[in-house]
Design a protein around this ligand. Structure first.
Ligand code: ZN
Ligand code: MN
Length: 136
């Protein structure tokens, strides 16, 4: 995916992007704020939120469409799928490549013009599996 338009890289924006790319946790804006406060004590939640939105609108990061109450962000814009824990909301990566072109298959069945599809897995993360066992 190419960045859709040239974006002015402010210092704050650069740091937000660097921090997001360091993690595999698909953080929410709140999570990012907690991470960034250590480096930039004066940064506000609003600034973090606004910059994450701008970065995702520009195609530099991706905003995940996974279920859950808070939006999550991913510094990895390569095509990959996600698995969401139904208990704690943790999101992990799954690199599955569909065996055939789903968009082309879907296109044959509809008058809609198909752009892409979204594949989301749900399950129980290792920590929640462990909790389940402990309380069983
Ligand atoms: Zn979990
Ligand atoms: Mn991901």
């Amino acid at each position: 995916m190419e960045a859709k338009n040239k974006l002015r890289m402010t210092k704050q924006r650069q740091v937000i992007l660097e921090e997001l790319r360091k993690v595999k946790t698909h953080p929410t804006a709140d999570d990012m704020y907690q991470m960034l406060r250590k480096k930039m004590p004066k940064i506000s939640l609003g600034t973090v939120y606004r910059n994450l939105e701008i970065l995702s609108e520009s195609g530099i990061i991706q905003k995940l469409d996974v279920g859950g109450t808070q939006k999550r962000f991913d510094g990895d814009i390569s095509i990959h799928s996600h698995v969401r824990c139904v208990d704690c909301g943790r999101v992990g990566d799954i690199d599955v490549t569909p065996k055939y072109n789903l968009e082309a298959e879907a296109q044959k069945m509809t008058d809609f013009m198909i752009f892409r599809h979204r594949l989301e897995f749900t399950g129980l993360c290792p920590i929640c599996q462990h909790k389940k066992k402990a309380t069983a």
